[in-house]
Ligand binder design. Structure first.
Ligand code: NAD
Length: 509
């Protein structure tokens, strides 16, 4: 292939290392079963064809799960020292570091993300997550429990708990942080002694397929990690329904999360569900606007709004309302749209024509109902799936654009007339993922944070995620938490061991 790269005009496509397009099954790179169809991979910046990936069938998923199950049950895996599981993760981190530029380019090409972002955030996050959880592998412990036996038989009783790995974990990931999300599932699972089957989004599977090649090179035992690609309703559903999968860790939309939770019930699978959001960015009248205005713009326009924690509802106290919306709209109008590797681009395309059309439909219906687009409000460009950074005012609480997750660069601004409205407006959403509060008044900030019904509240910042800080949502934003010690709890379950020590054994002591 010698066509010029849209990613970087100086690079040809042949210089961007493509994965072989093979699945990782039982320690080998393999094709899918002969009946599997292929899925076209398109470049979001141009709509051009890049390559194809397998649409795995239930038989392929079964092959992967059986391999993960055999590995989990094997003596070699069960007796592997925790530090050695950590070493596998460290070796993978080193390999990703060695291939960081190639992976950053591939991620940018496949997802439309800015190359500067994949270089500075996606790939470094994947490396750090592997190292963070490598450290955890040797620090997982249970507890000693003092007993109060009802039968006083003169014996002594003791109990302890161990944190036991769940078993085979199915990791199902979305399009917006493909490699990072794959590692976010894989690293804590392996640290805890689980084995894994990953199913990336059909929209962005390329870096996860390349990850499979690096996992082989890192020397993971056969079956410890397996990778299948394909559609959610086929491959994803087969993974969720498989009786040997003990846990599903899913990141994606709320509608799919609900389907997965229901499908997991018959086999009582454990689930972690990281779902959608409609997070408020709250700007109080005393905020430092030199930070709050660019902060609010970054909260919604980063990654073209395709971030689950995007600050898509902008709640502004009346005294600074006009200044804030004018400032955010100015930023929206000046952001330069472009392909991932265009060094001038500040915002990339949306993932697909379908997603772009959904965003456009939500905005159009709100404009029809009386909303005003202070900036943007339309699709842009002849090729690729770009949407203008958009600031909507005169929105009502009932409009779908205010209630549904848009997952695009669209923010709805609301004026807060009375401080007493704040908590009610902030929590007026079925979601509960995140919120940010911008103010100089620390007392008010903490009191407000206390009342916001969300998994994360940021003060004077937005979208700061750290591997050590638990992350997840309340209400329709999900079930369970990832990151930090919570992730270790999520991939293990306590086993209690209780013993009777006969005092007679003390004779002679
Ligand atoms: P999606 O729900 O359409 O798909 C996510 C994954 O689920 C894909 O791999 C898909 O193939 C698979 N899938 C679809 N149907 C399935 C089924 N029936 N059974 C099993 N798997 C199935 O989500 P998306 O559109 O790829 O991603 C965008 C969504 O992800 C947004 O709603 C966003 O908020 C959410 N998200 C949440 C977080 C978080 O941490 N809370 C992070 C990133 C993205």
């Amino acid at each position: 292939m010698k066509q010029a790269s849209v990613l970087n005009p100086d690079l040809t496509m042949s210089e961007i290392r493509m994965p072989e397009g093979l699945l990782l099954l039982d320690g080998k790179l393999s094709g899918a079963s002969p009946s599997a169809r292929r899925i076209d991979v398109l470049n979001p910046a141009t709509g051009e064809f890049i390559t194809t990936i397998p649409a795995c069938t239930a038989a392929d998923v079964d092959h992967a799960v059986m391999a993960a199950h055999r590995c989990f049950e094997s003596q070699a895996w069960q007796s592997m020292r925790p530090l050695d599981r950590g070493r596998l993760l460290e070796r993978l981190a080193l390999l990703i570091e060695e291939h960081a530029e190639e992976l950053a380019q591939l991620e940018s090409l496949d997802s439309g993300k800015l190359l500067s972002v994949t270089r500075m955030i996606d790939i470094p996050f994947a490396i750090e997550a592997l190292r963070y959880f490598a450290g955890w592998s040797s620090k997982i412990s249970g507890e000693y429990i003092a007993l109060s036996p009802l039968v006083q038989d003169g014996a002594s009783y003791r109990a302890y708990t161990e944190r036991k790995p769940m078993g085979v974990v199915g990791g199902i990931t979305p399009w917006n942080f493909p490699l990072g999300q794959a590692i976010q599932k894989l690293a804590p699972a392996i640290a805890c002694g689980c084995t894994v089957v990953l199913k990336p989004s059909e929209e962005t599977s390329l870096t996860t397929l390349r990850l499979g090649e690096l996992i082989l090179e890192a020397g993971f035992p056969a079956g410890a990690v397996n990778i299948v690609t394909g559609y959610g309703h086929d491959a994803g559903a087969a993974l969720v329904e498989h009786p040997l999968v003990r846990k599903i860790s899913f990141t994606g939309s709320t509608a799919t999360g609900q389907r997965i939770w229901a499908a997991a019930a018959p086999t009582m699978k454990r689930v972690t569900l990281e779902l959608g959001g409609k997070s408020p960015t709250i700007i109080l009248a005393d905020a430092d606007l030199t930070r709050a205005v660019p902060g609010a713009a970054a909260a919604i326009f980063s990654n073209s709004g395709q971030i689950c924690t995007a600050g898509s509802r902008l709640l502004i106290e009346a005294a600074v309302y006009e200044e804030v919306i004018a400032g955010v709209a100015d930023i929206a109008r000046t952001l330069k749209l472009g392909a991932g590797a265009d060094p001038q681009a500040q915002i990339g395309p949306l993932i697909s024509a379908r997603q772009r059309d959904r965003v456009a439909g939500l905005v159009r219906s709100s404009l029809d109902e009386g909303a005003v687009a202070l900036a943007g409000g339309d699709m842009i460009g002849e090729a690729g799936w770009f949407y203008q950074p958009t600031v909507l005012t005169e929105v009502s609480r009932e409009m779908p654009v205010m209630r549904e997750e848009v997952f695009g660069p669209v923010v709805c601004a609301l004026r807060i007339e009375e401080p007493s409205q704040l908590v009610d407006l902030a929590n007026d959403t079925p979601y509960g993922l995140a919120a940010s509060i911008w103010t100089r008044d620390l007392e008010r900030a903490h009191l407000l944070a206390d009342r916001i019904d969300a998994g994360t509240v940021w003060l004077n910042t937005h979208n700061v995620l750290d591997l050590a800080v638990p992350f997840g949502g309340r209400k329709l934003s999900g079930v369970g938490r990832e990151f930090g010690s919570e992730a270790i709890q999520a991939y293990t379950e306590p086993k209690a061991v209780c013993m009777r020590l006969d005092r007679g054994a003390m004779v002679g002591y």
